[in-house]
Design a protein around this ligand. Structure first.
Ligand code: PHE
Ligand code: ZN
Length: 897
């Protein structure tokens, strides 16, 4: 079919320049929920680089009304509206095209295109939502300037916003009004946005580096105005940071953030008019946890940083998505690390690094090992919305980080400067970014391209040898992918350039100055060696005693390191490594090893035991007052059940749960007095402070409380949690206390938590984001006194506050259960999978993007024990016969293939 704009599989290799270019576009909206009329006037011109007689515009879920070329209405024979858009025959080389169409935002449950939420209008255009608003060349390499006129009822929609600058506004007959906006910068359609409704703003005026005054606004519903301060502060900090670190200034006179409670993702970087999920805007100490505060700072930063990395320089096509996302995640990670500890406090920065690596390893490594595995720059897709993935975002950020690891902060900055010098105002590719980094640093980065084209998680295995006579220590690194999933294996062509940071530690726990063979003198105590071949040996000289290697410091590359440390060596690294990331890593390796052994014993029905020396190693960290509370908390959290299951040859969630619970109880009992003392010492009485330091104290204190709840007699924990719940002056402590009561109810019965649960609901009934927490806490609990959590979840599905249409609410109950409560979700009777299948099908009819995300919680089915595997396959097959959307079908078909 020649006029199909959406063939089944889209391939990167098929990229072709657009047949037409758009010099400018003017959009007029008559906003009415049931029928909004859009009048779209474009200046079009044939692209000299392409030849096509006809004009094909994309359009979806639109009602075509009329089209005119240079003011002359086209006859029905010259234009054809179809399922995927509009085809116009025989157009001139340059012309003005005016199209009128209608859409129904009030009935749009997909939250893509123009939709209504809480009575207000919002848009979401990335990736391909603009074509649900009007017919267009809806592809990122078609950039143009937008003028937008909004007309709507003045009482119902007093605020009318779009991208850029407000150039005109006024009243219209019949109680209506209008606003006209002009965006001076060329942009692709995916960055278009409009908002209309009853909203109020927190405002601030600041001066940027060049002395220009800027207006900053955070728009919310009136009752949320008391929860906007933190987002505003985060925005101001982001603006300052991008000037300082990258010399990038805000280019518009006005920058707006708008919060909406119905949103598929976290937030969206529309030019000058960022639209955010309320979850990443609204916060005060009563409603938001320390984690929420941190996430808001990160997401506000992320969207703001997109203004340069994404908007000023955008993607040529969607295969290049990581060009903007990997780079912008890297930038937001660096921003958050700087906000944690400044640019130089490595221990404080490590807290952020550990968090990020935890997500990468637990979620992205799994993605890379499954049927959805794809390179950072994918080769093909069926539905682009399915490729907003951990690989594109998180692994993409690691790939960007490696440039900085190779060239240093200054070299990275030189590469960024050259990238903007070459490409400002353009739609470019990942290769363009890599070339800018290479050229600015005088390096050939041809081999580095493989990080973009090869899927799967690389493994680096390490062998070492010490020769006392010559005082030489050799480190042999070899790289490969192990047994990769078929989806990944196809892409693997050769060795990568892996920057591998290494240190050597002496018997006293001190770093040894490092001198590589051939060097005149020692130079530093951490060296980034570059592994470029399948196997290479690096030899250190002047090594006076057999050292202990500290490998892949600060996680210098997104790889799995294989090295046979003894338990004693890991305990030693945990106590002494100068690299804070690797200190944490040593503890995780130790715990992972113990927990996997326990899981194997649980599977075999053997008695469980836990090594005393491991307990002692953790005890030393817990009581080491030279370590920050935040770091100690991270070190004392055992690897997650999901991560542990992923390490097994066949994942067995029940065995992993039994093992991890056993270990938690063992640590609770053995360190009971320490936990009690920690709980007292790290209480943060007095006024709530949202600082990283205070948050660290709360985190460690609440971890202590959680461990105390694991005691056979949790009476102490219940008493402390009840008191903490009642007197909390912040959500971190209140939610943590409630979670502990729910955990204690696993043994002691539902009554233990019921009072606090009911109180929590009543207290926060008017705060949807807090009610989300109320659902999530119950969905992730262990089950009370033997009652399976699926029963609780099914009961909550009927709660008047539950709704499938609100993605945050669906995530808080359904996703929390299906993706964050593995032991209960993977119940042997398959009850979790049956529930999953029902919800995927129900969501598919409302919101395919959200449905597709939920679908992914079963994609790893082949990795599980045979009985579970069989039940999962049945559930997937059931879903395959019932779902309609391209989004869900792509996931199910790849999973079953
Ligand atoms: N581009 C957004 C971000 O990374 C994510 C997003 C994608 C939001 C698609 C909505 C739709 O910040
Ligand atoms: Zn982004």
């Amino acid at each position: 079919m020649s006029d199909t704009v959406n063939p089944a599989v889209i391939r990167r290799a098929d990229y072709a320049a657009p047949a037409f270019l758009i010099d400018s576009v003017s959009l007029e909206f008559d906003l009415v929920p049931e029928r909004t009329i859009v009048t779209n006037t474009m200046r079009l011109r044939r692209n000299p680089d392409a030849a096509a007689a006809r004009l094909e515009l994309m359009g979806e879920a639109l009602e075509f009304v009329s089209a005119a070329i240079d003011g002359k209405t086209l006859p029905a024979s010259a234009v054809r509206a179809h399922e995927h858009g509009l085809t116009i025959e025989d157009v001139p080389d340059a012309f003005t095209l005016t199209i009128e169409s209608a859409c129904n935002p009030g009935a749009n449950t997909t939250l893509s295109g123009l939709y209504v939420s809480s009575g207000n209008f919002f848009t979401q255009c990335e990736a391909e939502g603009f074509r649900r608003i009007t017919y267009f060349l809806d592809r990122p390499d078609v950039m143009t300037t937008f003028t937008v006129t909004l007309r709507a009822d003045k009482t119902a929609y007093p605020v009318l916003l779009s991208n850029g600058n407000l150039i005109e506004q006024g009243d219209l007959p019949d109680g209506r009004h209008f606003a006209k906006w002009e965006d001076p910068f060329k942009k692709p359609s995916y960055l278009f946005a409009l908002v209309a409704g009853k909203l109020v703003a927190l405002e601030e005026r600041i001066r940027t580096g060049s002395g220009k005054e800027k207006l900053l606004q955070v728009w919310v519903e009136p009752h949320d105005l008391d929860k906007t301060r933190h987002a505003m502060d985060s925005l101001i900090n982001s603006i300052r940071w991008d000037e300082e670190r990258f010399g990038l200034e805000l280019d518009l006179d006005r920058f707006m953030i708008v919060a909406v409670s119905d949103f598929n993702m976290g937030a969206m970087e529309n030019k000058g008019l960022n639209i955010f999920n309320t979850k990443y805007v609204l916060a005060n100490q009563e409603t938001a946890t320390d984690t929420d505060f941190g996430n808001i700072e990160a997401v506000v930063g992320h969207e703001y940083f997109h203004n340069w990395t994404g908007n000023r320089v955008t993607c040529r096509d969607w295969f290049q998505l990581s060009l903007k996302e990997g780079l912008t995640v890297f930038r937001d990670q660096e921003f958050s690390a700087d906000m944690q500890g400044g640019a130089t406090d490595e221990a404080a920065r490590a807290v952020k690094r550990i968090d990020d690596v935890r997500v990468l390893r637990q979620m992205q490594f799994a993605e890379d090992a499954g049927p959805m595995a794809h390179p950072v720059r994918p080769e093909s897709y069926v539905e682009i919305n399915n490729f907003y993935t951990l690989t594109v975002y998180e692994k993409g950020a690691e790939v960007v980080r490696m440039y900085q690891t190779l060239f240093g902060r200054d070299g990275f900055r030189r590469g960024m400067d050259l990238y903007f010098k070459r490409h400002d105002g353009q739609a470019v590719t990942c290769d363009d970014f890599r070339n800018a980094m290479a050229d600015a640093n005088g390096r050939d980065l041809a081999q580095f391209e493989r990080w973009y084209s090869q899927a799967g998680t690389p493994r680096v295995s390490v062998r070492t040898a010490y020769d006392a006579a010559s005082q030489r220590y050799s480190v042999t690194l070899s790289q490969g992918y192990g047994e990769a999933a078929p989806a990944a294996r196809e892409t693997q062509k050769g060795p990568l350039l892996i920057p591998f940071a290494i240190g050597l530690i002496d018997r006293a726990g001190r770093d040894i100055p490092l001198r590589l063979e051939g060097e005149a003198a020692a130079n530093g105590t951490t060296r980034v060696i570059e592994l470029t071949e399948q196997e290479q040996t690096f030899t250190f000289v002047d090594v006076k005693e057999p050292p202990l290697p500290s490998l892949l410091r600060n996680f210098s590359a997104p790889v799995i390191v294989e090295y046979d440390y003894t338990n004693d060596e890991l305990a030693f690294l945990l106590a002494h490594d100068s690299d804070p990331f690797n200190r944490w890593e040593a503890g995780q390796r130790l715990a992972t090893r113990e927990l996997l052994a326990l899981a194997a014993r649980a599977q075999a029905g053997e008695p469980l035991t836990f090594d005393d020396s491991t307990v002692a190693a953790f005890s030393r960290v817990l009581t080491d007052e030279t370590l920050s509370p935040a770091f100690r908390e991270l070190a004392l959290v055992l690897p997650s059940e999901a991560y542990l299951a992923e390490q097994m040859a066949e994942a067995d969630p029940a065995a992993v749960h039994a093992a991890r619970q056993f270990a938690r109880k063992r640590l609770a009992r053995a360190l009971k007095n320490e936990w009690l003392a920690i709980y007292e010492r790290h209480a943060t009485p007095g006024a709530y402070e949202p600082t990283p330091q205070a948050a660290g104290h709360r985190a460690l204190k609440n971890l202590a409380l959680a461990y105390l709840a694991e005691l056979d007699d949790p009476a102490d924990a219940v008493r402390l949690a009840n008191a903490q719940y009642e007197h909390a002056n912040n959500m971190t402590d209140r939610a943590a206390a409630l979670a502990v009561l729910l955990a204690a109810s696993a043994a002691a019965g539902a009554g233990v938590a019921q009072g606090a649960l009911d109180d929590f609901y009543r207290r926060f009934e008017q705060e949807p984001l807090v009610i989300d927490k109320w659902f999530a806490l119950q969905a992730t609990q262990r089950g009370s006194a033997g009652r399976p959590v699926i029963e609780i979840v099914r009961t909550l599905m009927a709660h008047p506050a539950f709704s499938l249409r609100n993605p945050n609410r669906a995530r808080s109950l359904i996703f929390s259960f299906c993706a964050a409560n593995p032991a209960q979700f993977h119940a042997a009777d398959g009850s979790g999978y049956a529930f999953w299948a029902e919800q995927v099908v129900a969501l598919d009819a409302l919101n395919p993007q959200v449905a597709a995300r939920l679908t992914r919680s079963l994609e790893m089915w082949r990795r599980y024990t045979p009985a579970l595997r069989e039940r999962m396959r049945e559930a997937l097959e059931r879903v395959a016969t019932q779902v309609k959307s391209r989004d869900v079908r792509e996931i199910v078909e790849k999973a079953l293939a």
